[in-house]
Design a binder for this molecule. Structure first.
Ligand code: SF4
Length: 349
């Protein structure tokens, strides 16, 4: 496929990346998560309301603008980019952006280009993703039961996700499955999800629910502490703590019986902020310096103000100086309201 960049500088003509940006708490910011769309072809009950109002198309950055922003971050020392959504693969022509960002991987300026997907479109894109330099992806999957899958995703087709996983593995892409632990939904299915993942050479990460965005459900009804999940797994499996790191907040164990890795992400019960190396960019050019705080920086104005990157570069530097120490997540049991009003689909988790 041809590049859509036209007059923009090619990845291999950009200057060498510099030492990473460092925030006021001494953390190097080397990881950029980019939500390329707020839209999704699923309506997971814990993520979206069934009748979501999406951003008007005119507010979205073009793929060219997203590419320019990502390239600016790479020049400032970002080494890993993850495309998220919504569902990133439903954005029209998204593979054009993937291909252009893949050039940074080829040139050694980016260690990793990856994405988090619901898997619905993977069968169509797996081979091309691999061709663009994508070697690992995260696939969100909360259940192996097609009826429950329909219940939780409302619109999802389980067989398409399975076909997507198979296609990605066949293309040589490593997969990590992400499952959100939900009380009275999948708490008894986690061993099965783990066996499914490990039998195919995939890691599984279990995630505690996060209180983001207004949804119809009462989140306190679904909140399942991972300490409980781990204790219950430990009755059946031998879980050995390991120091394995993917640059994310998960803490991993090795499961003796399956020979695979299991990760736990516990934003609610542990403060996972000390080693935070990331910032999140939305598809409108807003930069969130912390998933659990509302403070954000508008990069779109600086991006559009001039073709030169000087203003943009300054706006990024100013934003990084405002990166907070940590989040204030708490599911408010009195008011049952989210701690952060924006939906996860805005910043991509
Ligand atoms: S959780 Fe993921 S797949 Fe489900 S609606 Fe949200 S963005 Fe879509």
């Amino acid at each position: 496929m041809n590049s859509f960049l036209g007059s923009l500088p090619k990845a291999d003509t950009l200057t060498e990346s510099k030492a990473p940006m460092v925030d006021p708490f001494g953390r190097a910011v080397t990881y950029l998560r980019v939500s390329v769309t707020d839209r999704c072809d699923f309506r997971c009950t814990y993520c979206m309301s069934e009748h979501m109002t999406f951003l008007p198309k005119k507010d979205l950055l073009t793929l060219e603008e997203l590419n320019r922003l990502c390239s600016a971050f790479i020049e400032k020392g970002v080494r890993k980019i993850r495309l998220t959504g919504g569902e990133p693969l439903v954005r029209k022509n998204i593979m054009h952006l993937v291909r252009d960002l893949g050039r940074h991987v080829q040139a050694g300026r980016l260690d990793e280009l990856t994405l988090t997907t619901n898997g619905s479109q993977l069968a169509n894109h797996a081979a091309e993703l691999h061709d663009c330099g994508v070697r690992r992806i995260n696939v969100s999957l909360d259940t192996l039961d097609p009826d429950k899958f329909k219940q939780i995703t409302r619109w999802g087709d389980f067989s398409k996700v399975m076909a997507g996983i198979d296609a990605a593995l066949a293309a040589g892409i490593k997969i990590k499955l992400n499952a959100v632990a939900l009380k009275d939904f999948n708490e008894h299915e986690i061993p099965e999800l783990m066996r499914f993942a490990h039998a195919r050479g995939m890691d599984l990460t279990v995630i505690e629910t996060m209180p983001m965005g207004e949804i119809e459900e009462d989140r306190t009804d679904r909140y399942l502490p991972l300490s409980q999940v781990r204790a219950s797994l430990a009755q059946q499996f031998t879980l050995d703590d390991i120091g394995y790191q993917t640059g994310g907040p998960a803490r991993y164990v090795h499961v003796k019986e399956t020979g695979g890795r299991l990760g736990f992400i516990t934003p609610m019960t542990h403060n996972f902020c000390e080693s935070c190396n990331r910032v999140r960019l939305t598809c409108t050019g807003t930069l969130y310096m912390c998933l659990g705080q509302d403070d954000a920086a508008d990069l779109r104005t600086a991006l559009r103000a001039s073709e030169d990157n000087a203003l943009l570069s300054q706006a990024i530097d100013d934003a990084i100086l405002r990166k907070p120490k940590g989040h204030d997540f708490i599911i408010d049991r009195t008011h049952k309201r989210p701690a952060v009003a924006r939906h996860m689909s805005v910043t991509g988790g």
